[in-house]
Every structure is written in C-alpha cells, then in structure tokens.
Design a protein around this ligand. Sequence first.
Ligand code: TXA
Ligand code: MG
Length: 306
Amino acid sequence: MAFPTETVYGLGADAGNPDAVKKIFAAKGRPQDHPLIVHIADMAQMANWARNIPPSAQRLARNFWPGPLTIILQRGPGVSDLVTGGQDTVGLRVPSHPVAQALLRAFDGGIAAPSANRFGRVSATTAEHVRREFGNVIDLVLDGGASAVGIESTIVDLSGRQATLLRPGWITAEQLEEALGMPLASPDSRSPRAPGALARHYAPRTRLMLLETDLLLELAASLTRQGKRVAVLAHSVLRPILPDITWIAAPRDVSGYAHDLYANLRRLDDAGCDAILVEAPPQEAPWSAVADRLTRAATGVGESLS
Ligand code: TXA
Ligand code: MG
C-alpha cells in the first residue's frame, strides 16, 4: 500500500509483520540490508521501537514532529531485522501529512515505509507517479495530493555518542544544531549505514549532468548543433532560442524548487532526450538538500559507491 507524506510518497507495510515487510523489498527491488524508516503516529510511540532514548531525541521530536525529520535510535527488543537491515538501530519518523496521520492512528502500529519508487530511481511526490512507477504491483495508492515538501526527510543519528547528520533535508543542520544546542558531526565509519547516501540515487534513466549556468548554455547549444535532443532544468536563466529543446523553468525559491524537483525530473526523463542538463543550484545552506539530491542523480553508474 502506498500513502502520501509531506516529503514524498511511501510504500508502507506493517512494521511488526516480517512477511508484509518482505513485500516492500520485492516491489522496490531493494537490497535486503537497506533499513526502512518506521513511521509512527506520535512521539509517545518511540519507546515501542527504540531503547536508551536520549534526551536529545525527545527534544528534536518535540521541536520537529510531526514533520520531515527521521531520528535514528538504538533498536528496541523485538524489532525485525528486516526493518533494521540487521543493524542495531532503527529509524523513526512522525509524518505530518493528514492522510498519513489518519492512517497511523487508525492502524495503531508502526508502518515501515521507504520512498515509493523503484530502487535508485526518482522518488514519487504524487499518487499518479506512484501508480506509474509500480503499475499493478501494488494494490492500493492513497491519494493525498502533491507532497508539500517534495524531498525526503532529514535523517539524524542519535544512536551513538555524537549527533550525526546522515541525510540533509528540509529541516536544516542549522535548525537541528540550534534545537540540540550543539554542533552535528559528519558521518564516519562508525555511523550507521544510510544507503540512501549511495553515490548514485534519485536518478532518472536519461543521463543527467549538473552544470554551472554558462557551461550549461554552451553545452545545450553545442549538443543541439550536433543533432542531439536536450532537456534542461533551469532556475535562473531564460530559455535560449534553440530548436527542439525541452526546457523547464524551475521556481527560483528553494521551497518551490524542492516541491517540484522530482516531478520535473520525471518530465525531463519522459521527454526521451539524449541528456538532461541541470543548472547547478546556489551554494547556500538552504539549498544543500536539493544540491545533495541533484549530485546523486548526476553521478554516473561507474562512479557509484556500491
Ligand atoms: O521522507 C522520507 O524519509 C520518506 C517518507 C516516505 O517517509 N522515506 C524515505 O525512505 O525516504 P527511504 O527508505 O527511501 O530512505 C530512508 C533512508 C535510507 O537511506 C535508509 O538506509 C536510511 O533512511 N535508514 C533507515 N533506517 C536506518 C537506520 N536504522 N540506520 C541508518 N539509516 C537508516
Ligand atoms: Mg528512497
């Protein structure tokens, strides 16, 4: 079953039922050692899934839940290895989308859910995109409209001694540091694996290149001259006069840009061009989550970490 959240759509199963959770891996084509986030209705349910919950986790939960934040904690007894990918941690999130909230309250348990896309591909931010991604493989898609945020939750690891940012997202590192009253660490070899951090992820089928504005315009012109078909995602430059170019002018503000990002990548991919050229986003803190997704979407298969 797929359901809407404020970040992206999730492909959900009863986190307490290993047979149900197995079906998620089958549908996504996802390797079994990749852990799933357990979605819960409120912070009171944290103790059902985690143990040794530090005060910092309570603090972040109070500040940012319901909302686009996932907290990694030491796993509680009885949490399935399928959910945790065999690690001794569990990821928890309380989504704010009203449909997700209603679902979790009615279900009265944890729902394990990855983003509702095939492994490594562009996440889905509408029910229609989920249906196109999976066809008849999933029987039910709850339609809650377009996801408000548009990119996946921020992931912070609080299972060890130092709070660590594992995935940038709408809630920024600065916001977390302010709430925690201390700096976040960067992941090191002891951090829990977050395979969403794979170098290649969120990728369309068409080759995607991330380019500074001038270079993008030059390359678009030269590829077009060679008879290649080019699709462009720009946010600051106007469309040049080039024949047969697919051009999307993305919003200039980061929230609009993030909201439309995956739908835009799908449109550019569907245009069936020889290359997708994306104008590099501003190098400013609020854009870091968007820059992270674009960099991974652009990484060539040969450069993938695993
Ligand atoms: O916004 C979101 O987080 C969406 C919506 C549906 O909630 N979900 C999502 O799930 O993005 P997924 O599976 O596509 O990405 C979750 C990431 C993966 O990279 C996974 O490895 C990591 O979270 N993760 C989950 N549990 C973890 C754990 N115990 N330790 C380390 N990383 C974990
Ligand atoms: Mg995902």
